[in-house]
Ligand binder design. Sequence first.
Ligand SMILES: [Mg+2]
Length: 361
Amino acid sequence: MHQDEAVKITLDDYNRMKEVSAALGPEPIFEASPLVGLSPLGSRITGAILGAAIGDALGHPTEFRKTRQAIEEAFGVGGVRGFVLYWDRDGKHFAPYTDDTQLAWTVLVSLIESVRGGWSLDRTMERIAQRFVCWAYEPTGGHRAPGNATLAGCRRLLHGSSWREAGDAKAGGCGSVMRAYPFGLLFCGDPDRAEHWAAEHSYPTHQASIALAASAGMARGMAVATTGSPSETVLTEMIAAAGRFDRTTATMLGNAVAAASSNRSTEEVLDGLPGWAAHEALAAGAFLYARYPENFSAAVLAGANAPGDSDSIATLAGALVGSSVGLSGIPEGWVTDVEDSQRFTAAATEVTALVSAAVGG
Ligand SMILES: [Mg+2]
């Protein structure tokens, strides 16, 4: 996402945020789990969560390089071929993700709480909104280029807007679709709910129809993919879901999927889908999934080396292809090195336990 202005925090804002944070309470901690003996469902869920974070981290260093030429000048011919950005913090050496994964995590954790507690839509969205506010003012791991529409929505949430009102009616950036995939994981047994709730969750920050449609399409696709459906079925369902909210998004998605089986090069197609807008990001992610449904590395590296919103495109592709190939289809070194790998694995195990009764694990 773009960052045109630093986060300006007044003392009043900070005090308000602290009140929200106190009401929210501590984040749930999930029990660490080994990555062996996963069920097929567990492998797909783990693959989706880690796949999204890995795609995001691969695209982190290329996000603001606006042309392929600029990416190749910085990282060599072909661009990045693996993690090139590492941080050392608190005794750990890791490849850092961006705001995409920070926000997807806030959604994932809130949905785990929601499913555990059998919460309503309204209660769940209020919880997600609380976490957005705390993220905007005090993100775990520090600020990572948050988008302006997301920050503006968080500011309005902090000053009393309801979750349904806070977003800008014209905001159609990819800031909500990039964090929508957890709906498909938690509600893989109920794709209608995944689609509906994901569209609703866009309202606190992005209310343009392309953002609602993209969030709905991504969540529905993830739900269908998580239950093991072939990519053709997943993509058909994504297009249909997007079309229930916005025709333009559905058309763009359909064209991108068709391009995957054409003789157009991956680079040429992605150059036409820079991904700053919600529908372009989803179309780019779906294109990569359609072209490389069984090749995780090819999909996420193509996304990471795209000249547009590289990290968001690679996040979406990583979630979709990661669920398709499962954990064993993702290079082991990337699984080990991505920031918070163990936290994601533990959450994936929790999600698997919660949904396996509904869909058969
Ligand atoms: Mg980002």
